[in-house]
Every structure is written in structure tokens, then in C-alpha cells.
Design a protein around this ligand. Sequence first.
Ligand code: FES
Length: 103
Amino acid sequence: MNKIVNLKDLKKGSSLAFDHNGQKALLIKLSEKDVCAYVATCPHEGGTIEWDDDIKKILCECHLSLFNVADGSVYRHSSLFKLKKGLTKIELKLDENGNVFAL
Ligand code: FES
């Protein structure tokens, strides 16, 4: 298990890019105790996703698709195409000290 960050070092509503087994990944801190992470590669053409805290969605700027933060499902397709699948979720583990690990 690789430690990504300690929760106290990440502001609520912010995100952190990290490496997960050689893949780009994105961790998002939704509340003081709630984090989630996804492979940061868009399922369309491999664009890099980012967290937009203003609209509470995950965005791929390449063709402006949006994904739900709860499960990585597609929230809004680009106007150019329909995505067949959402983001790949990364399982996380939190220890009693607030350290976040990717499984
Ligand atoms: S690469 Fe992400 S929407 Fe096209």
C-alpha cells in the first residue's frame, strides 16, 4: 500500500494528483473524513481529468465531459459524442491517523 497523503495536509474541496501503479490518479477530499480517488485518465481519448470544486464534478477539459464524484459515472457527455463508460475508481484505505492509502 502506498501512502498518498495525510488528510490534514489537504484542504476540503481540493484534489491531489498522484501516481498509482504507474498510472496518473486523482484524489479528491470531499469533506474532513471523506475522500475518493480515480484513475486520472478520461475513458474517451485519455485526457487528464481534474476536480472542479465550484460545480462539484470531475472534468475532462479535452472535450468537456463531466463525471460524478460519487462513483465516477458520466454526468454529462461532450456535445460531440456519448461516453460508453465512466472513470475507474481506486479503492482507498484510511488509517486512524488520517493517512490515506491506495489499495
Ligand atoms: S478525452 Fe476526455 S472528453 Fe474526450
